[in-house]
Design a protein around this ligand. Structure first.
Ligand code: GDP
Ligand code: GDP
Length: 453
């Protein structure tokens, strides 16, 4: 129940409503032989992007990280897609439909030495209906004459044709500028994650030892706010120096006040916990090692995972734990807590035992939270995964994963473009394998599907 996936109740992926993605997807579409692969290589500016000829894997390795004027985008070569489609026309229009479903922007490639064919006209209709921005690349404009020929492509009704020679590079800068113009705006920065101290929330049910741990951590190490350049500190936060770094502990006023209101209002306490988690980058969930895990503990852990924050589990009051209790804790963890990926420490706020291990656990979580996998690495991984463990056949159908990207970190978020809905067990399998392959220790990961109907 800790698998975080963005699906609604019917198991369909959530689309839209999450604001723009960090990294837009640009699909390269066009008839065979117009020069799509050559153009992709030209844009990437590297030779090794040539799609490798490994049967079964080739088709999945179609997406690459690209960059123009500091703006990242994912470039998708649709050339190798959709083996099911039969015939010329079917193949190209299937590509176009996929591109429309999957991409933010379409780069439509034509060959100026051939001009627009009936197939192009048909595909362009699909593209125009979609309302997605389309940039027309008039390729093989190797010389002046080619450039002149490109003007005939105004007739497509998709705006100015960009004359380009993928082979020689002529016009490719202008083409990329035109593309740059129509890329969706980069989303506004969220609370900056660089520069200032990292934000940590200490959370847990009442009496678990938050206040004691905070005192232990902040005790002698409290930082005078004025000393930290460029920080404005919310009066409820506290800056604490640990392991040679300054950390911002969120809503410590709430923690301290909690001690005074011996029987505070449960509801407000939980609101306050949620707000602290929301503001934090990593939440340290304190658990009372001397007591069985409670519903409330599990709720707080779920809260952290759902908020997409880094997670550290800290069993406090370890000084009260005997051998029998220790074994029981392991059993409870196995049975009830599915966040195997979270670093776990045992501490005693009272004696100070192992409190110094907290920093390393927090750093592990931050590392997992900020892990980015390149599109090439991700698709090589997906190719291997699907080759070894294809999705089970259901009713004679087998959804295929076309490609994947990781548009976001903090927490890591993956988008998989598929030809059908993936079963929950298969999605969990993908998450498990992603973790085995790339880490993400201490961080939830989110997987969304974009399904082509
Ligand atoms: P795709 O099927 O659309 O991916 O096309 P390719 O990239 O495989 O290119 C098809 C053929 O066109 C290859 O022989 C390329 O060398 C050639 N080609 C690609 N771009 C250009 C170009 O700008 N000028 C010329 N003259 N030939 C090109
Ligand atoms: P908070 O409500 O989560 O802030 O919890 P407090 O820090 O106020 O602690 C609640 C009670 O647990 C107090 O009586 C603490 O002395 C006690 N306590 C906190 N940490 C430890 C610990 O590591 N070991 C033991 N034995 N008691 C602790």
């Amino acid at each position: 129940y800790f698998d975080v996936e963005e699906f609604d109740a019917e198991g369909m992926p959530v689309e839209g409503g999450e604001g723009p993605e960090d990294v837009p997807v640009v699909a390269v579409v066009g008839r065979p032989n117009v020069g799509k692969s050559t153009l992709v290589n030209r844009i990437l500016g590297r030779r090794e992007a040539v799609v490798e000829d490994i049967p079964g894997v080739t088709r999945d390795r179609v997406a690459y990280d690209a960059n123009w004027r500091g703006r990242r985008f994912t470039l998708v070569d649709t050339g190798g897609w959709d083996p099911e489609a039969r015939g010329f026309m079917a193949r190209v229009s299937a590509q176009a439909e996929l591109a429309v479903a999957a991409a933010d922007v379409v780069l439509y490639v034509l060959d100026v030495t051939v001009g627009a064919t009936d197939v192009d006209e048909a595909v362009v209709k699909i593209l125009r209906r979609s309302g997605k921005p389309v940039v027309v690349a008039a390729n093989k404009a190797d010389d002046q004459r080619g450039e002149a020929d490109s003007t005939a492509l105004w007739s497509l009704g998709l705006g100015e044709p960009q004359a380009v020679s993928a082979m020689h590079g002529r016009g490719s800068g202008d083409l990329l500028d035109a593309l740059f113009e129509v890329l969706p705006d980069a989303p506004a920065e969220r609370e900056p994650t660089t520069g200032g101290p990292r934000r940590i929330a200490l959370v847990g049910k009442p009496n678990v030892g938050k206040s004691s741990l905070l005192n232990r951590l902040a005790g002698e190490e409290r930082v005078v706010v004025d000393e930290v350049a460029g920080t404005t500190v919310d009066p409820v936060d506290e800056l604490v120096e640990l392991g040679g770094k300054t950390w911002r502990f969120i809503d410590t006023a709430g923690i301290r006040r909690r001690v005074r209101e011996a029987s505070g209002h449960e509801y407000y306490a939980s609101l306050r916990t949620s707000a602290a988690i929301e503001r934090a980058e990593v939440a340290v969930v304190l658990l009372d090692a001397s007591q069985p895990l409670s519903e409330q503990d599990l709720r707080i852990i779920t809260n952290v995972v759902d908020a997409g924050r880094g997670l550290v589990l800290a069993f406090n009051k370890w000084d009260l734990v005997d051998e029998e209790r220790r074994l029981r804790i392991e059993k409870e963890l196995d049975r009830q807590v599915r966040v195997r990926w979270a670093p776990r420490i045992n501490v005693s706020a009272r004696t100070g035992w192992h409190v110094d291990r907290l920093v390393r656990a927090i750093e592990t979580s931050l590392g997992g939270w900020e892990t980015r996998v390149s599109t090439a690495q991700l698709n090589a991984f997906l190719g291997r995964l699907v080759a070894a463990n294809p999705h089970p056949l259901r009713g004679g159908k087998q959804p295929r994963i076309l490609f994947g990207t990781q548009p976001q970190t903090s927490p890591p978020k993956f988008l998989l473009f598929t030809t059908g809905f993936l079963e929950a067990s298969y999605r969990r399998f993908i998450e498990r394998r992603l973790r085995e392959e790339f880490g993400f220790d201490g961080s939830p990961i989110m997987i969304s599907l974009k399904v082509r109907e």
